[in-house]
Write a protein that binds this ligand. Structure first.
Ligand SMILES: [Zn+2]
Length: 262
């Protein structure tokens, strides 16, 4: 029997969000074939928790960064801690970072400043970026285009919700496109059309757990085992077998995060 393996490229599995059942969440993921995941930090404390989890659990990787919605709550001391975590050799990516003009809880100036700080670190350390964008993709793509001119830059636009042209532009810049549970929602027909156009070697799947579970689990707390439903949906609309989609998205995540998945 063929054994499918999935890589949840973006989740927030930590004791602060899941309480005592983090270990059970990881066991359920493995039982569903989700043998690898990247746990993404949004502040210093959850970045530290992500690192500790990745040190204990096989197949769990981690990223450190400050979420754009949080940048106005971060003092220089916390940013210092996060910079040290990013440079510790223990993380596979920088983020999550980016711009959020939708919620706009932090000023545009500080979001832009922190995005540029994360990009500079990613370039100097050779680590990929995990990018959050909401109502801000034009500005994100412009900033990334400038960064690419300065030196090697890569990463993922996570929980992608842009257009086909915007996805193509990000791909042209060297980025991956991550699809979360949103793509499975009945109302998301246009996003499914976008997902059809992403080359198989740039496609990632993610849960963004604990937020927004995919169909048919919408409304439940999300967790990495649910990424299988998003994979099914993408395979269906793209006309690929689940085997092909699972193998490609796993290989892509391993390549992006520079982890050995053999
Ligand atoms: Zn996230």
């Amino acid at each position: 029997m063929s054994h499918l393996e999935f890589f949840d490229s973006h989740c927030h599995v930590d004791p602060m969000r899941y309480g005592g059942d983090v270990e059970d969440v990881i066991l359920r993921a493995r039982a569903a074939g989700v043998s690898r995941m990247t746990v993404v930090g949004t502040r210093a404390a959850d970045s530290e928790a992500a690192i500790r989890l990745s040190e204990r659990e096989e197949g769990v990787f981690c990223a450190a960064g400050i979420h754009p919605n949080d940048v106005d709550d971060v003092d220089e001391e916390e940013w210092d801690r996060v910079q040290k975590l990013i440079g510790s050799g223990k993380v596979v990516a920088v983020g999550e970072t980016g711009l959020d003009w939708f919620r706009a809880v932090a000023s545009r100036e500080s979001q832009t400043l922190f995005f540029e700080r994360h990009i500079a670190l990613s370039q100097s350390l050779g680590l990929p970026l995990i990018i959050h964008t909401r109502d801000s993709i034009r500005d994100v793509l412009d900033i990334l285009a400038k960064a690419v001119k300065k030196g090697p830059t890569t990463g993922v636009l996570h929980a992608f919700s842009g257009t086909t042209d915007e996805a193509a532009e990000a791909i042209e810049l060297g980025f991956f496109i991550g699809f979360a549970g949103m793509v499975t929602f009945r109302s998301a027909e246009s996003l499914r059309q976008v997902a059809k156009t992403v080359p198989l070697d740039r496609l990632l799947i993610e849960t963004d757990s604990p937020f927004l579970s995919p169909e048919p689990l919408r409304g439940k707390r999300n967790e990495p085992s649910h990424v299988v439903h998003t994979a099914h949906c993408l395979a269906n609309i793209r006309g690929e077998s689940l085997q092909v989609l699972a193998a490609a998205t796993t290989a892509n995540a391993c390549r992006l995060f520079q982890v050995d998945c053999s």
